[in-house]
Ligand binder design. Structure first.
Ligand SMILES: Cc1ncc(COP(=O)(O)O)c(C=O)c1O
Length: 385
């Protein structure tokens, strides 16, 4: 019998020091039954919390009716999911988007949005921002500013210029006439929760229009109600040509989406985009249930209210600043984020790290409970370096 010294599952990440067996709302449970408050949300995915009964029921019902069929067939559940997501997104936009392409992940959504920009502009260069994170496929990595991830894979597919993030002055005189698209996270997450401003995004929109470049908002983390509005586009009041979404879309069932303007959708013909699994019935049913829960449980106003509470209760604590919006937050810890992260783990609270060694990230379920927030605030106040 062949035995290998390596585990069967390739190691890609340093996991928590315990396995997880179960989740319920804003808590997860390890193999000993110990509960942890989940401010990490499986990396910003579990928008409606763990095992929300409405989502579970929708998935179970759909699985028993029609587990899968590709886009070779028209599926009412997929049509309804697209209509509902479009209505949700357009609820906050000045200029409505027209159409949706479903895929399976954030990387795939960005890959397709970038490809569309190449096809429709005839250009092959991109503009992105320092600190931007858009995925690990070769095109998405081309527009990602993470030297560690790029190492060993360069040259990547597309020449990309990286501008300073959120710097309005740097947009003065920027020439986008050779760029197929500008892509950015309206709030950079991995870089350490760095926000922009409405005026920066407005100015960027103008620069794209002047140069004929498409504007892509990577809303893989900022969308689905997390900022207290449907998408960051509505939060900041700028409509891009394309919005990419994933993570919280279907509460954990893998799903990605590209939302696009009428001009883009009408320039495409069948076959330009495609995916076997994209918009499958299970993911579509989970997306419909997710939107239903966001609406019926008032999760968008709740996200804003919880963020305000957290800012208020952590003022003058070991956290010097709470960055970000809604429930995409960064806790700045001048003494170093790793120490507080470890301390929180001993208090059975899961949070995320970031590319900034001073910033911890919070990306919890949008139905975060008061008890969870109380536990986090009390643990932070108990922290001594
Ligand atoms: C902003 C952003 N874009 C894209 C991605 C890639 O998404 P996925 O891992 O679903 O491919 C991520 C993942 O963390 C992300 O945070």
């Amino acid at each position: 019998m062949h035995t290998s010294p390596l585990p069967a599952l390739l190691s890609t990440y340093t996991p928590y020091p315990f396995p997880l067996l179960r989740g319920e709302g804003d808590r997860v449970f390890d193999d000993l039954g110990t509960a942890y408050w989940d401010f990490y949300g499986g990396h910003c995915v579990c928008a409606t919390g763990h095992a929300h009964p409405r989502v579970v029921q929708a998935i179970a019902r759909q699985a028993s009716e029609l587990l899968f069929y590709s886009t070779a067939a028209q599926l009412p559940v997929r049509d309804r999911a697209a209509e509902a997501l479009l209505a949700f997104a357009n609820g906050g936009l000045a200029k409505p988007l027209a159409s949706i392409f479903f895929c399976n992940s954030g990387t795939e959504a960005n890959e397709n949005a970038l490809k569309l920009a190449v096809k429709l502009t005839g250009r092959t260069r991109f503009t992105s921002f320092r600190g931007g994170w858009h995925g690990r496929s070769t095109l998405a990595l081309s527009v990602t500013d993470d030297p560690g991830l790029r190492l060993g894979f360069e040259p990547l597919l597309a020449p990309t210029e990286f501008l300073p993030f959120g710097d309005e002055a740097a947009l003065e005189g920027v020439d986008l006439s050779r760029s197929a698209a500008v892509i950015l996270e309206p709030i950079q997450s991995m870089a350490g929760i760095r926000s922009t401003s409405p005026s920066f995004l407005r100015r960027l929109r103008q620069a794209c229009d002047a140069g004929g470049a498409m504007l892509i908002f990577d809303e893989v983390q900022t969308g689905m109600g997390r900022l207290g509005t449907p998408f960051a586009a509505s939060f900041f009041g700028t409509t891009p040509d394309l919005i990419t979404s994933a993570k919280g879309l279907a509460s954990g069932v893998p799903m990605g989406a590209v939302l696009m303007s009428e001009a883009i959708a009408s320039a495409l013909k069948p076959g330009d985009l495609g995916s076997t699994f994209g918009g499958g019935p299970l993911a579509s049913a989970a997306l419909l249930a997710t939107l239903g829960v966001i609406h019926s449980e008032g999760l968008m106003p709740r996200a804003s209210a919880m963020a305000s509470r957290l800012r208020r209760e952590l003022a003058r604590s070991p956290v010097s600043k709470v960055e970000g919006e809604g429930l995409l937050l960064g806790l700045r810890v001048p003494s170093g984020a790793a120490g507080l992260r470890q301390h929180l783990l001993t208090h059975r609270i899961l949070v995320g790290g970031s590319g900034d060694p001073e910033v911890l990230r919070l990306m919890p379920p949008l139905n975060l409970s008061d008890a969870a927030l109380d536990a986090l605030v009390s643990a932070v106040w108990n922290y001594t370096v």
